[in-house]
Design a protein around this ligand. Structure first.
Ligand code: CA
Length: 228
């Protein structure tokens, strides 16, 4: 099975170099240019390894690492221009599996990646669920239940519910949802298909779909998962 490696790196050039190097060893590559996008990629794709830059535009890589470690053991190789011993120790203490200083050589990088895979750390994403009221979503089993009764959702409907439930309380804009469900080239101006899906979802999960309790509408903006 092809291993999935997520590269978290905001510098276009370095990202390009890393992609090229990893491509030669046949990994499936995912990329993220900031912490927010990295989190979403990890949640939706569950990569087998993460190469993590520390200087990200929206979060410090070490803080991202700290958050990650509460729910996954996925091997993380820090690839950073911070080269002091203190930086290395800090990242390793927060759960990084290895530390590679920039600039790096491609044979060394590939060797370290192979070594980390040899250690056989299983990414082991925590079984996680989210619930509010009688609504429950099991992200690992990809199952939604209401009052403990499984709800039959289509693939697309499930994906929409999952995206919204991953960050309860946060408004997910129509454009964000459309792009994440139907891909980067989807027409974000046209949210008709999203609204159709949402009304089907509500019919299935809400007691009164006119007065939803779980997935709330922010008029003109998007949807938001209710919080406990
Ligand atoms: Ca950077």
């Amino acid at each position: 099975m092809t291993r999935k490696v997520l590269i978290v790196e905001d510098e276009e050039y370095v990202l390009h170099v890393l992609k090229t190097i990893l491509g030669t060893d046949g990994y499936r590559i995912l990329t993220a240019k900031n912490g927010e996008s990295a989190k979403m990629k990890i949640l939706t794709h569950q990569p087998d390894m993460i190469l993590l830059d520390l200087g990200l535009p929206d979060i410090d890589g070490v803080d991202l690492l700290k958050k990650l470690r509460s729910w996954t053991k996925v091997p993380v190789l820090v690839v950073s221009a911070r080269t002091t011993e203190k930086d290395k120790v800090l990242a390793l203490d927060q759960g990084a599996d290895d530390y590679i200083s920039k600039p790096f050589s491609s044979p060394e990088l590939l060797a370290r990646i192979r070594a980390a895979f040899r250690r056989n750390i299983i990414a082991d994403y925590v079984v996680d669920t989210f619930s509010v009221g009688d609504f429950l979503i099991d992200f690992e089993k990809r199952v939604v239940t209401v009052k403990s009764v499984p709800v039959r959702l289509t693939q697309i409907e499930y994906q929409i519910v999952e995206l919204i439930a991953r960050q309860p309380g946060k408004v997910m804009t129509y454009g964000y949802l459309i792009k994440n469900i139907w891909g980067p080239y989807a027409d974000t101006q046209n949210n008709r298909i999203l609204r159709v899906n949402m009304s089907n979802i509500r019919r299935k999960i809400e007691e009164d779909s006119m007065n939803p309790r779980y997935i709330l509408t922010e008029i003109g903006v998007g949807y938001r998962m209710a919080e406990n």
